[in-house]
Design a protein around this ligand. Structure first.
Ligand code: G16
Ligand code: MG
Length: 212
């Protein structure tokens, strides 16, 4: 029996995925590293330093920890600037309706984003009140595709993993949900999110009654 729905943030509730993309593209261009759609897909849902490491590996570039930290800071400053203008209008289609419906029907709602900017984005979107628990990315040791963040969220909410649905737009995120032993809803393309239990084009198609 399903008791909770745990959402990813970037690319599911709002389209900050495009801002992450812009930030990494800016760095990759600067370092003369080719940045294609496939590499971008690999970065979705992946924490900041791991993302940078993947980009540097693509360009066969080796840097000191200090230099890498500086690049991460640079990308984040760029990202923080972009997300400053986020408002409620930046919720993706169907997101607000899905949250309202879940709340009204008594489901618990969690947020499992590895982004250290998640709290601020949630505040700007004006949806903080919907969540029974928002994972603080700083407390997570292993990012997606490791299931830790989804398991931690379920525990904090007080439900078993098999009583949860996880919603993700990233390949790494779907893998994390499945490894956490939850039902996985992919938001996006079936040919990319092949491990998802079902794939929806957007949250507009989210129907909790049909799912349970
Ligand atoms: C998000 C994004 C990733 C980003 C990560 C870390 O994860 O999908 O692209 O690299 O957060 O974000 P930050 O640099 O703000 O800490 P999620 O889990 O919300 O999809
Ligand atoms: Mg995402």
């Amino acid at each position: 029996q399903i008791k909770a729905v745990i959402f990813d943030l970037d690319g599911v509730l709002t389209d900050t995925a495009i801002y992450h993309y812009m930030g990494w593209k800016m760095l990759a261009d600067k370092l003369n590293i080719p940045f294609d759609e496939a590499l971008n897909e690999e970065l979705k849902g992946i924490d900041r330093m791991t993302s940078l490491n993947k980009i540097l590996a693509r360009g066969n570039i080796d840097l000191s920890e200090d230099d890498k930290n500086l690049l991460c800071d640079e990308k984040n400053a760029y990202y923080v600037e972009l997300i400053k203008k986020i408002t409620e209008d930046d919720l993706l289609p169907g997101a607000k309706r899905a949250l309202i419906e879940l709340k009204n029907k008594g489901y618990k709602i969690g947020l499992a984003s590895v982004s250290k900017n998640a709290f601020s984005v949630v505040e700007s979107l004006n949806i903080a009140n919907f969540f029974d628990y928002i994972v603080d990315a700083r407390t997570i040791n292993r990012g997606k595709p490791n299931p830790e963040i989804f398991i931690a969220c379920a525990e904090a909410i007080g439900v078993k993993c098999h009583e949860c649905i996880g919603v993700e737009d990233a390949v790494a995120g779907i893998e994390a949900i499945k490894r956490a032993n939850m039902f996985a809803i992919g938001i996006g393309r079936r040919d990319i999110l092949i491990k998802a239990d079902i794939v929806l084009e957007s949250l507009k198609d989210f129907d909790i009654d049909k799912l349970t």
